[in-house]
Design a binder for this molecule. Structure first.
Ligand code: NAI
Ligand code: MG
Length: 500
């Protein structure tokens, strides 16, 4: 074959693929290697510095939602196990942790941060396998941010007097922490790092579909030689979470998850000594004015809702577009979602990974069907979805009214609802017309408009000309049914101290 013939032959091979995906070109697969990743065949509970079997002898499976393959089995903690964990945390609190000066606590937390940083690649791969999120997110967002939180709060441990000038602080005691599956390691870091920095000990329960990175963190904590019982990690379902929340010797409860469970927890701790912080759902408005840099805004909208398959409590799930630019925005969004790469989460080019569980996929499908039944117009990428695993294509709805359920309820999937407004006042009114108030976004060329609008929005975090940006030094938390209390920043210390 001559060189010219070879070129033609190559073109012929490439061409059908181009047509199939409806794109000009495509990336070759670039899968992250899992060769050096050690996932044990079984994981025990981490109590009192040791890995111990559950009293019931029960184990549950954690699967890879992208393949439905069983990754491992994990211990299910019952009330007796939770009792042991709380007891270990209490002993550690009284014997060691509350007696250590802040500068000593800091050394341990720094050690966790450094170890985690060293093993960042391993953690990113495990996070992606256990939860379905794209490797580029676990590698570039989840794990580095988790590390940054440990570093950040290690820095506060010996400076609490400066955090609260003129006041002394006292730790609360044992913190019971229950976390969800959308940012498994990051949520563990958000909970554990400030608790330890302030002198508390911890019993943490990861979500049942994504327990693995928390258990690998337990290994790091063991290697970092923390006094036994300072951090205990117990795995299980809602019942295990409830046993922690209801335990009489827990002084503080921190929960991130659904508003429904948040309400149950708030009722359960009412009238007890327990302090509570809740970080619940959201239905964030992403407001785009006609003077916004449109292409930048399109990327922000995409990042706001399709990031992490929309499994984000602060996702920009309601797009409010100024009426005069609606057609332009819709056209650009249609083109853009078609180019998003959905598939193998371990592939470095993947934009949208697997839905975390079959239950979550069912919930997304139900709400999308409701959107269709209520007369909203659906736009969906025609990308091919893998045959096994749980998948949902990037989707958005136009013709959405405020009363439609897809404009009110958290879908927690890659589904955007588009509404319009004419004036800034109308944008604010519509943005605030929700039971939630976790986050919001404003896109405009005018700085003064950003300040005016953001001061009127009832949301804990407001991004301007960007979306879904996080930093350990900035507080995060909600209004209304999105919960209360702040995590991150100086404010994130408050829920873990008593001021005297
Ligand atoms: P969930 O609220 O049931 O689960 C979160 C955590 O709470 C898990 O560790 C779970 O085991 C635990 N839990 C469940 N019931 C409990 C109880 N009675 N007492 C103590 N702990 C309990 O959330 P789920 O069912 O996984 O997701 C349902 C919906 O919640 C999602 O579709 C989404 O809309 C929302 N969600 C919001 C999150 C957020 O970051 N705000 C995170 C996860 C889900
Ligand atoms: Mg899993």
């Amino acid at each position: 074959m001559t060189t010219a013939e070879k070129k033609i032959a190559r073109l012929e091979v490439v061409e059908p693929k181009r047509l199939e995906f409806g794109k000009k070109w495509d990336y070759a697969p670039a899968p992250e290697s899992t060769e050096h990743i050690k996932i044990q065949s079984r994981y025990e509970l981490f109590i009192g510095g040791k890995f111990v079997s559950p009293k019931s002898g029960n184990y549950f499976k954690s699967i890879n939602p992208a393949t439905e393959e069983i990754l491992t089995e994990v211990a299910e903690a019952n009330e007796a196990d939770v009792n042991l964990a709380v007891k270990a945390a209490r002993t550690a609190y009284e014997k060691y942790w509350s007696k250590l000066p802040g500068s000593e606590r800091a050394k341990y937390i720094f050690r966790i941060a450094r170890q985690l940083q060293e093993k960042a690649r391993e953690f990113a791969i495990i996070e992606t396998m256990d939860g379905g999120k794209p490797i580029k997110e676990s590698r570039d967002v989840d794990i580095p941010l988790a590390v940054a939180h440990f570093f950040y709060y290690a820095g506060w441990a010996d400076k609490l007097d400066y955090a609260f000038p003129g006041r002394k602080t006292r730790p609360l005691g044992v913190a019971g922490q229950v976390i969800p599956w959308n940012f498994p390691l990051l949520m563990a870091a958000w909970k554990i790092a400030p608790a330890l920095a302030c002198g508390n000990t911890v019993v943490l329960k990861p979500a049942e579909t994504t327990p693995l990175t928390a258990l690998h963190l337990a290994q790091i904590i063991q290697e970092a030689d923390l006094p036994p019982g300072v951090v205990n990690i117990v795995t299980g379902f809602g019942k295990t979470g409830a046993a922690i929340v209801n335990h009489p010797d827990v002084d503080k409860v921190a929960f991130t998850g659904s508003t429904e469970v948040g309400k149950i927890i708030q009722r359960a701790v009412a009238g007890t000594k327990k302090k509570l912080t809740l970080e619940l759902g959201g239905k964030a408005a992403n407001i785009v004015f006609d003077d916004a840099p449109i292409d930048q805004a399109i990327e922000g909208i995409i990042n706001g809702i399709y990031f992490n398959q929309g499994h984000v409590c602060c996702a920009g799930s309601r797009l409010l577009v100024q009426e005069s630019i609606l057609d332009l925005v819709v056209r650009k969004l249609k083109d853009r979602i078609q180019t998003l790469r959905v598939g193998d989460p371990l592939d470095k080019n993947t934009d949208i990974g697997a839905i975390n569980s079959s239950d979550q996929l069912k919930k997304i499908k139900e709400l999308v069907q409701i959107g269709i039944d209520e007369g909203c117009k659906i736009h969906q990428s025609t990308c091919k979805l893998p045959e096994r695993g749980f998948w949902f294509p990037p989707t958005f709805f136009t013709g959405v009214a405020q009363s439609n359920r897809i404009a009110q309820e958290e879908i927690f999937g890659p589904v955007l609802s588009i509404l319009t407004f004419r004036t800034p006042e109308e944008a604010v009114e519509k943005a605030n017309n929700t039971a939630y108030g976790l986050s919001a976004g404003v896109w405009t060329d005018k700085g003064s408009k950003i300040f005016k609008i953001s001061s009127q929005l009832k949301a804990g975090v407001i991004w301007a000309n960007t979306f879904n940006k996080f930093d350990p030094s900035s507080p995060f938390g909600g209004y209304k049914e999105s919960g209360f209390g702040r995590e991150g920043g100086l404010q994130g210390l408050m829920p873990y101290v008593q001021l005297i």
